[in-house]
Write a protein that binds this ligand. Structure first.
Ligand SMILES: Nc1ncnc2c1ncn2[C@@H]1O[C@H](COP(=O)(O)OP(=O)(O)OP(=O)(O)O)[C@@H](O)[C@H]1O
Ligand SMILES: [Mg+2]
Length: 239
């Protein structure tokens, strides 16, 4: 595997719950080192797409590949082993476990050599507050700190592709800026690609190399941020 990882290729993906089709025919790519933003109004299926990519929902049609690896019907641990990390919407950390224990669970997703090396120092450099709170219970942290822990837990496995589902949702502005800085440093470092679900058009267009807009189960717009028109924003994003 190269430093920057592989290309995630999603082709004609269909997914949903039971009889209900949420995603009809999604085709998209995340190339090595890119930050790709997935945008769309509430309830259009952004989280469903992230869960399907991660193997938590079985696709009804289409394919998911990461580099040469076929992940379409694979269980989530295969995605983790392939180098894909996932931070779910709503920061579900283990509230009864300490910060350190939460981070160790992240290590379990990693390969053997990483597990032996323990939690990398770089995690505490990115999130200094976590280093000061190792023995605190996850549930005693503020919402913003819990989100930092959720991201850190994914980063300890040193993924090559990070799936981030609305990491700034419901978080106080000072921590929003901390998290934005972490995403910016990941991008500057070029060693990881990111698929980011983000509601803030300002941040999404400032950080993204490429964007996709989801509406009615389809990708209805895509391109470089500069190409996103006011018309598309009005039609598919404005509330
Ligand atoms: N577990 C589930 N079972 C059945 N339907 C679900 C389930 N989770 C989500 N849905 C439905 O699937 C559709 C897409 O939901 P999803 O959470 O993927 O949207 P979203 O774009 O992530 O929304 P938000 O912006 O609010 O996070 C919605 O109509 C939702 O009600
Ligand atoms: Mg969602």
């Amino acid at each position: 595997m190269t430093k920057a990882g592989n290309t995630l290729t999603i082709d004609k993906l269909a997914s949903g719950y039971g009889e209900s089709m949420v995603l009809r025919e999604i085709t998209m790519k995340v190339r090595p080192g890119q930050v790709v933003c997935l945008m769309g109004r509430n309830g259009v299926g952004k989280t469903t797409l992230m869960k399907t990519i991660m193997g938590l929902i079985k696709p009804k049609n289409g394919t998911i590949r990461y580099g040469e690896q076929e992940l379409t019907a694979a269980p989530p641990y295969r995605h983790a082993r392939a180098g894909i990390g996932y931070v779910p919407q709503g920061r579900d950390i283990f509230s009864q476990l300490t910060v350190e224990e939460n981070l160790k669970i992240g290590l379990e997703a990693a390969g053997g050599s990483l597990r032996k090396a323990g939690i990398p120092e770089s995690v505490y450099e990115k999130f200094p507050v976590l280093g000061q709170m190792l023995k605190r219970k996850g549930g005693d942290l503020s919402g913003g700190q819990q989100q930092q822990l959720a991201i850190a837990r994914a980063l300890v496995a040193e993924p090559k592709l990070l799936l981030l589902d609305e990491p700034m949702e419901g978080i106080q502005p000072s921590i929003v800026m901390d998290i934005e800085r972490v995403i910016e440093s990941i991008k500057a470092n070029q060693s990881m690609s990111v698929l980011l679900v983000e509601q803030s058009l300002t941040f999404a267009t400032s950080i993204a190399d490429y964007y996709y807009v989801l509406d009615k189960g389809m990708i209805v717009a895509e391109g470089t941020p500069a190409s996103l028109s006011e018309d598309q924003v009005r039609k598919h994003l404005a509330v």
